[in-house]
Write a protein that binds this ligand. Structure first.
Ligand code: FPP
Length: 243
């Protein structure tokens, strides 16, 4: 018997990036502490990583902690760091067994030493996996990333190691944290907010943006499929025109 062909697979986005928003509102609506919202949010991360791997998505990038999130009250920052620690410690074995390669982008010098070690360990341990590439953006800001790339290029030019004429899109992209990753095809933001909030500013130049009202802790496989179907209904022209 020929298996039923799933239409979803027909034009699957290769790289999906997600702005996970609404943990606080989810908790507030239930008169629960914000921490519970973030905890439920990390469960949604597990669900979505599993669903993306099952669907055959190649790259999934998740905005876990922005460079602006450092401005939150210290107790909330510590709660979020605790959840990230737990994820990098406890979920690593399962991700590794499922063929997930984990990478982290963002400003590591602001993170505590033990988290940096957990990140390095997770990246090394999963480096040869290729079923699904998960990238966590932690202490990440798109503007900071662009400024750092520009600074590195300027330093190379000033030192005579780089000809300014050689600076093009490709070279610039190779100096970003995301060097080696394809640009996202689809960026999803949950919770009804319609902003990029400093996420993958360079990389999302031609991404389709899908905004959904679901709050992140409620986001599941069905929501991911719905966002992919919306992406599939879009007409991507990359600035050109359809004949
Ligand atoms: C937005 O909720 C979400 C975050 C600040 C970060 C996302 C963090 C997680 C999903 C949990 C930990 C992540 C991993 C990878 C284990 P918000 O607090 O801004 O919500 P609000 O806008 O409703 O207040």
């Amino acid at each position: 018997m020929i298996p039923a062909f799933d239409e979803l697979q027909l034009r699957l986005p290769r790289h999906i990036a997600v702005i996970m928003d609404g943990n606080g509102r989810w908790a507030k609506a239930r008169h629960l502490p914000r921490f519970i919202g973030h905890q439920r949010g990390s469960e949604a991360v597990r669900r979505v990583v599993e669903a993306a791997a099952d669907m055959g998505v190649e790259y999934l990038t998740l905005y876990a902690f922005s460079s602006e999130n450092w401005r939150r009250p210290p107790a909330e920052v510590e709660d979020l760091m605790g959840l990230l620690r737990r994820y990098l410690r406890r979920d690593l074995a399962e991700m590794h067994a499922n063929g997930v390669r984990l990478r982290v982008i963002g400003e590591r010098s602001r993170l505590s030493g033990d988290i940096v070690s957990l990140i390095e360990n997770a990246e090394t341990q999963t480096a040869a996996n290729c079923r699904l590439n998960v990238t966590l953006a932690i202490s990440y800001g798109g503007q900071d990333e662009i400024v750092a790339a520009a600074r590195a290029i300027a330093q190379a030019v000033a030192a005579g190691r780089l000809d300014p004429a050689a600076v093009d899109h490709q070279l610039f992209a190779s100096r970003l944290d995301t060097a080696g990753l394809p640009d996202p095809d689809l960026v999803i933001r949950t919770s009804g907010e319609k902003r990029l909030s400093n996420f993958l500013l360079w990389q999302a130049a031609y991404a389709e943006l899908v905004f959904v009202d679901t709050l992140w802790p409620d986001f599941d496989r069905a929501d991911l499929e719905a966002a992919i179907r919306e992406y599939q209904a879009r007409d991507r022209r990359f600035g050109g025109r359809r004949e």
